[in-house]
Design a protein around this ligand. Structure first.
Ligand code: ZN
Length: 247
């Protein structure tokens, strides 16, 4: 990542965004402050969790963890103005970018009819030497494909009953936190809401056992770096994938 390269403001002339990520907490590690900005502008943002993060807390059995983490995600969304949270219930930790997963995401795209789809970084790394997690890579790749599938009436056409129509209106897919991000949005005014939404994942954060870890300090690090490249105090950076032809 070129830490000095200026970032371009994302296009905010949209009304509905669908966020598709692997786990509860994925959006809260940076994107939630941007979501708070957009919901405050009157935009509709819908969350879709592919798994419920039930394998994410070592000391808690998945049966209990699933309930805890779903509740934390719903509260986390509420804090940034999101009141629609969908859980697909795929198994945490072993998600694969299969045709079956594309089908499930495509159905959600057809139901929500978003202008923008937001997912997590699905590049191999986060920019340093730490490898990205397998579920993130699978969900990001499946989401891009599912957006294309959703617009094609001859793909997953069994879904097109009871008024459900193809939806080809997704203009772009945005990957939050990508090391190849070249776009960003100013989150200076909503940074605090983003922090609060991460802190809502209390059981998860406690389960990580990171001593003296501070959500605000952690988020400020990334937000300040993106902000300096956008020319503001805090920002969230995105890699933008156009979904039309010829770009
Ligand atoms: Zn994750």
């Amino acid at each position: 990542m070129d830490e000095l390269m200026p970032l371009t403001p994302v296009d905010e002339s949209w009304q509905t965004a669908l966020c598709v990520v692997a786990h509860p907490d994925d959006l809260e590690f940076g994107a939630a402050a941007a979501v708070a900005r957009w919901t405050a502008q009157g935009k509709r943002v819908v969350y879709c969790m592919v798994t419920s993060g039930e394998a994410g807390i070592d000391g808690m059995h998945p049966d209990q963890c699933r309930t805890v983490r779903e509740a934390e995600q719903i509260e986390s969304g509420r804090i940034v103005g999101v009141d629609e949270v969908i859980f697909l219930g795929e198994p945490d930790g072993i998600v694969e970018a299969t045709v079956a997963l594309r089908s499930r995401i495509a159905r959600v795209v057809r139901e929500v009819r978003p202008d923008i789809v937001i997912t997590n970084n699905f590049r191999e790394t986060w920019g340093g030497r730490n490898l990205n997690q397998a579920d993130h890579i699978a969900v990001g790749a499946a989401s891009v494909d599912a957006v294309r599938d959703a617009g094609n009436r001859w793909i997953f056409s069994d879904q097109l009953v009871d008024g459900l129509e193809p939806w080809g209106g997704v203009r772009e897919v945005w990957a939050a936190g990508s090391p190849q991000a070249t776009y960003a949005v100013d989150t200076t005014d909503t940074f605090d809401a983003g922090v609060a939404s991460l802190e809502a994942h209390r059981a998860y954060i406690d389960g990580l056992g990171w001593e003296d870890w501070d959500a605000e300090e952690f988020l400020a690090g990334g937000a300040r770096q993106a902000g300096s490249r956008l020319g503001v105090r805090y920002a969230t950076a995105f890699e933008v994938f156009p979904m039309g032809w010829g770009e």
